[in-house]
Design a protein around this ligand. Structure first.
Ligand SMILES: [Zn+2]
Length: 255
């Protein structure tokens, strides 16, 4: 099942992703921050949009949905819990539901915390995770709705995916995230190497997305709240990862 992926910038720092099944020509946009760059990307690749997979209701993820749906007659898939505040939803999905893009099969993972109804889409065969604003490269989303415990559980579900899964997140925040991660975890050699690569990639004007789940597990501080050195750094017990995670998230909010 050959999957083709194309990544580009929308708005100021949102990530646009096109996910295409080469065998059927079906093509999904992951979220739709705004229509023009997505239309331009489709034209550039010669692809036709068939689906829009929405992760959550925030305006910078759904601003282009109606225009794209009208233009391409695309099917809009969105979290059931937020369907009332997302435009033009055709299919409302929840934890465990199967989602097809042509012959590419994915499943919905409920990831509450950033918003209460936030979902991620995991395409096992394509080794791709579309995580929206739950898990970022070297970071995680702000906890706006739900508790820090909810967000920690959501991140744990994503961290359980295989190391060779490509992580496509909702924003290019990786450089700022790397600087925070180095403040949290200065002794982490893998992180130092990765931060240097990120600096170079961004200096060249290129995107750092996707990253690999394996590197997130070893370098993303928000997945490492069970690490004794990180627990000590925030003055919490390693036996209470939610307290460690909460302290990290609150520190990042002020960083
Ligand atoms: Zn958001």
């Amino acid at each position: 099942m050959p999957a083709e992926l194309h990544v580009f910038t929308c708005l100021s720092d949102n990530i646009g992703v096109l996910f295409r099944d080469a065998s059927t020509g079906a093509c999904a946009s992951i979220d739709a921050p705004e229509a023009p760059p997505i239309i331009a990307a489709l034209d550039e690749k010669g692809w036709k949009l068939t689906d829009i997979l929405v992760t959550h209701r925030h305006g910078d993820h759904v601003g282009g949905v109606e225009e794209l749906k009208r233009r391409y007659k695309a099917r809009v898939v969105a979290p059931a819990q937020e369907a009332g505040s997302i435009p033009a939803v055709d299919v409302a999905v929840k934890e465990g539901d199967k989602v097809l893009v042509g012959s590419l099969s994915g499943k919905v993972i409920a990831t509450p915390g950033h918003t209460a109804g936030h979902i991620a889409y995991y395409f096992e065969g394509a080794k791709a995770l579309f995580a929206g604003d739950t898990l970022f490269a070297l970071g995680c989303g702000r906890v706006f709705e739900g508790s820090h415990g909810d967000m920690w559980q959501s991140l744990q579900k994503l961290a359980a995916l295989p190391d060779d899964t490509r992580l496509y997140c909702g924003h290019e925040y990786t450089l700022a995230n790397a600087r925070f991660a180095l403040a949290v975890d200065p002794g982490n050699a893998s992180l130092k190497l990765r931060a240097a690569v990120v600096e170079g990639t961004r200096a060249d004007g290129r995107l750092t997305i996707p990253s690999m789940m394996g590197e997130e597990k070893t370098t993303n501080p928000f997945l490492r709240a069970t690490d004794p050195a990180i627990a000590r750094r925030v003055g919490k017990e390693v036996s209470d990862p939610v307290a460690v995670f909460t302290a990290l998230r609150e520190w990042k909010n002020r960083f």
